[in-house]
Design a protein around this ligand. Structure first.
Ligand code: NAG
Length: 203
């Protein structure tokens, strides 16, 4: 366990609300009944590649995010790390049953076990780095931002490597089960990267 600092308190608060982020499959049915999302989150999510899941997973953070692009990026990373961990746990649990079946499929599942674990590490590392950034425009800020951009990009590559491996060598129910969870993580990671990139003063 990490020591609790005042800086990491905000990310702890963010984790508290994670239960309110629905899966992509629930989006269409949940959308019509949900309350109007915060304008800032709505507008920021408009700049991401998957705006619907972005709003759905981040609107409950409106009270902690206010109008802070940095808090929004942090929330996006925290949600993504949590969903990646959940997907990683799911894939790891599948391994024993699938391994003896078909070697190519077992290889695809094993690829996913490894890449999803790696993505969780990189996303968690990014959340910690976000809490160390300091003031915008300082050289320290851009150094930490560079690290976050590098690690989130690598996490996205990891997740997409799992999907490629499944597409080529997975089959049937195992492929469908893993894919459903990992596609969501891929979309959330892409969105988190877009929200992180918006913090870059060099853009
Ligand atoms: C699919 O399996 C083959 C044989 O094990 C392997 O050479 C190939 O790299 C795999 N494809 C992907 C995308 O991982």
């Amino acid at each position: 366990m990490e020591a609790i600092t005042s800086n990491s308190l905000s990310s702890l608060l963010l984790f508290f609300f994670l239960v309110l982020c629905f899966s992509a499959g629930a989006l269409t049915s949940a959308d019509s009944t949900s309350s109007a999302p915060d304008d800032f989150i709505h507008a920021s999510c408009g700049a991401t590649r998957y705006p619907a899941i972005c709003v759905e997973c981040l609107k409950s953070y409106a009270p902690t995010v206010h109008r802070s692009p940095r808090q929004l990026a942090l929330a996006a990373l925290a949600v993504t790390a949590d969903r990646a961990r959940s997907a990683s746990t799911f894939v790891s649990g599948l391994t024993p049953g699938t391994k003896p079946a078909r070697s190519r499929e077992a290889g695809a599942v094993q690829d996913c076990v490894e890449t999803m674990q790696d993505s969780v590490d990189r996303l968690r590392q990014s959340v910690r780095e976000m809490n160390r950034m300091g003031r915008a425009q300082s050289s320290r800020f851009t150094w930490h931002l560079d690290n976050v951009q590098t690690w989130v990009s690598a996490a996205l590559t990891d997740v997409n490597t799992c999907l490629d491996s499944l597409a080529q060598n997975g089959s049937g129910r195992v492929r469908t089960a893993i894919r459903n969870k990992v596609v969501e993580v891929s979309q959330l990671t892409s969105n988190a990267l877009a929200l992180v990139n918006r913090l870059d003063p060099r853009n």
